[in-house]
Design a protein around this ligand. Structure first.
Ligand code: UDP
Length: 255
């Protein structure tokens, strides 16, 4: 006899932007794309979509290439070119995710910030929103289309453009800590923290440009561990996981 799946959690948000870093697509410590990781993340995403939430996903590309790896001005690859290579890496992940989601029965559209009509639609805000309203997951690739920034910035900008209720940042750690939890056993996790404290304490959450954008426009962020099965669904259900970054809160750590 097979176990019946757990009941779906009720979403606390109507429209969500999920930032999936490149590390989501590969096994710990490896690069490239792992089929099992892809299938596991797709199964988690399917549950979200089944619960009725509108979902846009910004893909990272660090499992394949980051521009700064090549961006020394003394090398033979121009720094801007290196960042365009990074953006193309996010398209590779986007294509893989699109097929994995469609195989799991999730309708999707892939939109890119750099035009490549043969493989994807261009990012057009109104069209993106229309897809979301029709229950399609929109995968957003090629970042912002401009070099020298990261997909965190793309996630912050797109959150505002599509009016997302929250930006979910899926990571390998349980949230934002006072210090690197792998190096400092006394590091504590914040359950809530303000944008300002993240900046003042120089906590490594996302790039400063992305954080500034969220702060300026009051876009709430939830940083959480995607490796714990069910966490993406819990994040969207508003459960107390990870770290919430909000406009004006007293920073609170987990007791
Ligand atoms: N990138 C860029 N402009 C953007 C988004 C990304 O130039 O708007 C490049 C940048 O070089 C970055 C790479 O694409 O390092 C891959 O994205 P990112 O590092 O954000 O991936 P992640 O860390 O999320 O896996």
């Amino acid at each position: 006899m097979t176990d019946s799946p757990a009941p779906l959690l009720k979403p606390a948000y109507e429209r969500v932007l999920l930032k999936l870093s490149g590390e989501v697509f590969c096994r710990d410590g490896e690069g490239g794309i792992s089929m099992s990781e892809l299938e596991s993340i797709s199964a988690q995403i399917k549950r979200l979509v089944d619960s009725g939430v509108q979902l846009a996903i910004v893909c990272g590309g660090g499992n394949i290439l980051r521009g700064k790896q090549f961006s020394s001005s003394s090398g033979s690859i121009n720094p801007a070119t290196a960042h365009y290579m990074g953006m193309l890496a996010t398209v590779i992940n986007g294509l893989a995710l699109q097929d994995a989601l469609e195989n799991a029965g999730v309708p999707t559209r892939l939109q890119t910030a750099i035009r490549m009509e043969g493989v994807a639609e261009p990012f057009i805000r109104r069209r993106c929103v229309r897809h979301l309203e029709k229950g399609r997951v929109v995968i957003l690739a090629a970042g912002t289309g401009s070099p020298f920034v990261t997909t965190d910035t793309a996630a912050a900008l797109r959150s505002r453009e599509i009016d997302a209720d929250i930006l979910l940042k899926a990571t390998k750690v349980d949230g934002i800590y006072s210090d690197d939890p792998e190096k400092n056993p006394h590091a504590v996790r914040f359950s809530e923290i303000s944008y300002r404290d993240v900046l003042h304490k120089n906590l490594q959450v996302m790039d400063a440009q992305a954080l500034h954008h969220c702060m300026e426009h009051g876009i709430p962020i939830l940083v959480f561990n995607f490796r714990k099965t069910g966490n993406i669904e819990k994040a969207v259900a508003g459960e107390n996981i990870g770290t919430r970054v909000l406009p004006t809160v007293e920073s609170r750590t987990e007791s």
